[in-house]
Design a protein around this ligand. Structure first.
Ligand code: NAP
Length: 301
């Protein structure tokens, strides 16, 4: 069972978050989607990560179909979803190029669509998915206030934001942003060095870490960097008696002092259980840096 963050913490996030980006690939029936949800909730993984665009705008809908079979499950979960990417898609034939839109009109419409697809009347945490060069922080702040007052969105955060973009938006908001969801894995350590994690630690906010396994590449890619990392992971797996390499990677991500919330990308229950079991693993500083060195291919300066 996942140990949760303090119940007083608002918003509540479970220590591990279930990502639903790949739901279309899992090819589940609505009943199987409900069973999967119930099984990961039983493991203590109650926070769910979505985005309007996942699965070419299908994932929220598929999830909602499962949830509808047992609406009472809604109270047991926290739904995080994202908006502001406009994808070229058969569903939007007039779009000529993928782009970002943080206008009030788009954010309001996007939230209505997510609520309808998910089959819920509120979103626990709404994230701006990507920073938008055309974003007007005052307009976003007004829109967030409307969404909050209407009860449609309880909390707001961002994803893939730089520290200055985070500060800009925060400077216009009456409520604190609750997270920055960023990529963190041994192939991409930039958040630990570009100020992103420092900023979150400073505000005592926990990042949500996406693609902790680099989309599975860390376990399968044959390039020299991935192989170097894997060789080190294998040694550390033995030292800490981990059952699998993914567990060592989750422990490596969680060792960061900003205490990232790991978002799991798998749709396989055994892999979710392995993630839960990894919560008891702890890396020493030296073990953490051995993976850093394997990633960079050189010593620390
Ligand atoms: P990931 O954990 O890096 O990759 C998951 C992939 O690795 C799955 O295809 C999984 O396949 C495969 N895999 C292979 N071996 C595995 C093992 N031992 N354990 C677990 N998975 C293994 O995560 P991700 O799917 O790329 O991202 C996780 C979540 O982050 C997404 O669902 C989404 O919610 C979020 N995300 C956010 C952003 C953003 O911009 N904010 C971007 C990307 C993702 P199986 O399914 O076969 O296990």
């Amino acid at each position: 069972m996942v140990q949760s963050v303090a119940a007083s913490q608002d918003p509540y996030f479970s220590e591990l978050v279930q990502g639903y980006w790949r739901l279309v690939d899992w090819q589940m029936t609505p009943q199987q989607r409900l069973s999967f949800l119930k099984q990961h909730v039983d493991l203590g993984i109650t926070t769910i990560d979505h985005a309007d665009i996942y699965g070419d705008y299908e994932c929220e809908q598929l999830f909602g179909e499962g949830l509808k079979l047992q609406p009472g499950m809604r109270e047991q979960i926290q739904i995080v979803t994202k908006c502001n990417i406009k994808l070229c898609s058969g569903k939007f034939p007039h779009r000529k190029v993928n782009h970002y839109d943080t206008s009030a009109a788009h954010l309001l419409e996007s939230v209505e669509n997510s609520l309808a697809r998910l089959g819920t009347d509120y979103i626990d945490v709404l994230l701006l998915h990507r920073p938008d060069a055309l974003m007007d922080a005052d307009e976003i702040a007004e829109t967030f206030a409307k969404l909050h007052t209407s009860g449609k969105v309880l909390h707001f955060g961002v994803s893939n934001f730089s520290t200055s973009q985070f500060d800009l938006l925060q400077s216009r908001l009456d409520v604190p942003l609750v997270t920055n969801q960023v990529e963190i894995n041994p192939l991409n350590i930039s958040a630990a060095h570009d100020g992103t994690l420092d900023q979150l630690q400073m505000h005592r906010l926990r990042p949500m870490a996406w693609s902790c396994l680099a989309g599975g590449r860390l376990l399968s890619a044959s390039d020299t960097q991935a192989q170097r990392i894997r060789n080190e992971l294998i040694l550390i797996q033995e030292e800490i008696s981990a059952e699998s390499l993914d567990q060592v990677i989750y422990a490596w991500v969680r060792r960061l002092p900003a205490s990232p919330l790991v978002i799991i990308g798998s749709g396989k229950l055994d892999r979710l259980k392995a993630a839960v079991d990894s919560l008891k693993l702890e890396l020493t500083r030296e073990q953490w840096y051995r993976i850093w060195v394997a990633s960079k291919g050189h010593d620390v300066p």
